[in-house]
Design a protein around this ligand. Sequence first.
Ligand SMILES: [Fe+2]
Length: 289
Amino acid sequence: MALTPPTPSDDAPVPASPSVAAPPHRPAPGAPPLPGQADISREIAARHTAAERDREAGAPAPDHPARDFAPYRSTTARHPRRPPVEIDHRADPEAVELGGPAFGVTDVSDLDADLTRQHTGEPLGERITVTGRVLDRTGRPVRGQLVEIWQANAAGRYAHRRDRHPAPLDPHFTGVGRCLTDDAGRYAFTTIKPGAYPWRNHHNAWRPAHIHFSFFGSAFTQRLITQMYFPGDPLFPYDPILGSVTDPAARARLVAAYDHELNVPERSLGYRWDVVLDGPSATWIEEGR
Ligand SMILES: [Fe+2]
């Protein structure tokens, strides 16, 4: 399998998406100290209050986080500062594919969707099944959709050279998977529950456990990226990335549900997470549609 290792943290670029490449947020030598959690939590609360006020005033509901969300410090560096480059499709039809994915050109196999079987041994951690449906705004299934995931291992460490978190790497876990949705729009992955990890957005900043998801449309230039969370995570209120989703209902839609019926007895726990690509109940994504 020719899958690319995942990115180290949420202040780093996602795979194969040069439009969102951004330098990690690291204080320069001599820079002022990082803000504390109380500062960040206060800023998140202020943004949520402002969003609530906008909703009550009848403002159109956003479907993705603001490009500049101050509590999430590196957002200012995570979007282009210049207008998009126009591509002349007639002169070079293949130019639109230059930003294609780094997941290789091989066919999608069953092994790609089972992150616990991609090496010679079993990875450490809690085995889980994550499954759900990809739907359009009318609730119809989106069939044959390429779904990709990337994540940290059970200790909260990405298998990526840029991840400096001093938690152990797992030689049996790369943390990357992909599959195609079936006729019911269903995807399914077997993996390991990722651990929380620290990042330097502010002092004592920790990301809640999450799995990054990518959905391609009918071309590589159509890609939606978001994150799935696990129910009941105590880190939710402290996280400016989840907090950048200012609509509480939309935040709730990013959290998977534990589903006892999805458990594989004696093997794994099951989580269900449906994704709606557009419309009023759309799953929030990291870039504008
Ligand atoms: Fe992450």
